[in-house]
Write a protein that binds this ligand. Structure first.
Ligand SMILES: Cc1cc2nc3c(=O)[nH]c(=O)nc-3n(C[C@H](O)[C@H](O)[C@H](O)COP(=O)(O)OP(=O)(O)OC[C@H]3O[C@@H](n4cnc5c(N)ncnc54)[C@H](O)[C@@H]3O)c2cc1C
Length: 502
């Protein structure tokens, strides 16, 4: 086999050689996001994740388009890490100078769906395919993924590795749960088809159980959704809305819903909860809604979404140009989170928002029945610290699952609380989190942990989450890691997981 070099030109990358079943070639729909190293990246060029916080200089950067290249890399390189769209927040993408990086965004073909009885289907996709391209392709076949994350410019491989999620209690809300087949290439450069019994370990693999090359996803017939937003004003009313039965009734009635809390520390009567929800509509309900004048969103490739919310970048430019003060930025950002105009659209447009602005994000899944208590405790702490986040605190919902072992919702229903800040609020001299923001994020995390929370693997956390998960799950993880080999296990994975025998 001819040796491959890390340098690969664009014509090589875009040439799509014949594909072995089960993948069927399909043209690339979307260019990778700007955070991704382009084909031909010099081995010495530094690469960084999406918000520019994690910078490393890999020994080499590869952008393979077929299995043989990955096999060659795995057999010739001593240490390797894989990346997708590089939208993770923490050090999981950090690679030492002795480590090669395989960027998968050109390994991105989307197959033809295979129809099953009853209208559902399955589809094989390459792990570097963007979620956006998969859902658009499915839409063209009259199919859909049942639940989607809010960000679509991420790869399927990166999303499943971290347990990336949308929201909702009526469908599997993490992409990993929608995976029913998987192929990986091991440290020894061997192809492995993951068995059904092994899938729960491999679905959320944290980038450490071999290079995922292909996944088979379960799809459902495409469906319409109608936005269904709400607003509750006053902190007492917000707390009452989080009472367990009330919460279940509200969230259970929707396909997908995100709550945004906009606390007013000085005047609790002005604290608000805005919910951005979407309900599933039958063809008949859709016709009726359109008859009543509801606008239908039909834009797929130009992308709109039922909940498009792409104001951050524009605002950042304006703020930089005019030197807007932090309080103005904060007022502007928080004010955007209001009930939206009602709309109808196909499921591929369920993305709730497009928050692609460099930010910090701490996100924890706590047992759903403790959601009210969590909110009350966070509010109390934020009052003590006199800290009002510039972006409202978010809350999403995940049904418990036995399909993954180390997810926030493995084995229990959870409410996912998310506290954000924009990098606009970083310390202007050091570029690091400001002290008050750090203190608030750490206090938030401490409350989440006390309530039995587990962090989102892709986000920021200050406490090692390893002990938040069942030791038996880690036992299985360690066994699989030993079987596929530890070449992908970087310092982050060594600390956070038992991969590589740590
Ligand atoms: C603006 C923004 C919005 C977001 N919204 C959401 C959201 O709605 N819901 C949510 O849950 N998360 C969300 N996230 C988090 C984001 O979805 C995750 O960070 C996700 O893992 C990123 O996917 P990626 O393709 O960028 O993967 P990367 O960040 O490149 O990689 C993630 C991990 O997967 C591993 N990996 C990637 N590909 C492979 C492969 N083929 N084989 C083996 N390992 C692999 C990497 O080594 C790494 O450990 C958001 C992030 C941002 C920046």
């Amino acid at each position: 086999m001819a040796a491959i070099t890390p340098r690969m030109n664009t014509s090589q990358a875009s040439r799509k050689p014949g594909v072995v079943a089960p993948t069927v070639a399909r043209p690339v729909v979307t260019a990778p996001p700007p955070s991704v190293p382009p084909p031909g990246t010099l081995p010495s060029a530094p690469i960084s994740n999406w918000n520019g916080e994690v910078v490393s200089k890999p020994r080499a950067v590869y952008t393979p388009v077929r299995d043989a290249e990955i096999i060659q890399i795995m057999t010739s390189e001593k240490k390797v890490r894989v990346s997708g769209a590089m939208h993770s927040f923490n050090e999981q993408l950090f690679v030492d100078r002795d480590t090669a990086l395989i960027n998968m965004t050109h390994f991105n073909r989307v197959g033809e769906p295979q129809r099953l009885a009853g209208g559902s289907a399955t589809i094989w996709v390459e792990a570097g395919a963007l979620v956006k391209d998969v859902s658009t392709a499915l839409h063209r076949h009259g199919l859909a993924l049942e639940n989607l994350p809010s960000l679509e410019y991420i790869t399927v491989g990166g999303a499943i590795a971290n347990g990336v999620h949308g929201s909702g209690l009526t469908s599997p809300a993490t992409l990993a749960e929608q995976v029913i087949g998987m192929e990986v290439i091991t440290s020894a450069g061997e192809k492995k088809v993951v068995s059904e019994a092994e899938l729960p370990v491999y679905r959320i693999n944290l980038g450490s159980l071999g290079v995922v090359t292909r996944v088979q996803l379960k799809c459902v017939p495409d469906f319409d959704m109608v936005t269904n937003d709400g607003k509750i004003v006053g902190e007492d009313a917000v707390v009452a809305a989080l009472e367990h039965k009330r919460l279940l009734a509200d969230v259970g009635a929707q396909q997908s819903v995100t709550y945004f809390f906009n606390p007013n520390l000085a005047d609790p009567t002005k604290t608000t909860l805005v919910s951005w929800g979407m309900t599933r509509a039958t063809a008949e309900q859709s016709r009726a809604a359109e008859g009543e004048g509801l606008q239908r969103k039909v834009n797929y490739d130009g992308r709109g979404s039922l909940g498009t919310f792409a104001v951050f970048k524009a605002y950042e430019r304006a703020a930089n140009a005019t030197g807007a003060s932090a309080s103005e930025v904060k007022a502007f950002l928080r004010d955007r989170f209001q009930p939206r105009e009602r709309r109808i659209g196909r499921s591929a447009l369920m993305y709730q928002m497009h928050l692609d602005h460099p930010s910090h994000d701490v996100s924890y899944g706590v047992p759903l029945e403790r959601a009210q208590e969590a909110f009350v405790r966070v509010m109390k702490k934020m009052r003590e610290l006199n800290y009002e986040a510039p972006i409202p605190m978010g809350m999403r919902f995940l049904k418990g699952t036995d399909k993954t072992l180390v997810g926030m919702n493995s084995g229990r229903d959870v409410a996912v609380f998310e506290i954000f800040t924009s990098v606009l609020f970083d310390d202007t001299t050091t570029g690091a989190l400001r002290d008050d923001v750090k203190a608030a994020h750490e206090a938030f995390e401490a409350i989440m942990i006390e309530l039995g929370g587990r962090p989102h693997w892709a986000k920021e956390f200050f406490v090692n989450p390893r002990s938040r998960h069942d030791p038996r799950a880690w036992q299985r993880f360690a066994t699989e890691s030993a079987a596929v080999g530890g070449k992908l296990v970087n310092a982050w994975a060594k600390q956070m997981t038992p991969a590589g025998g740590a």
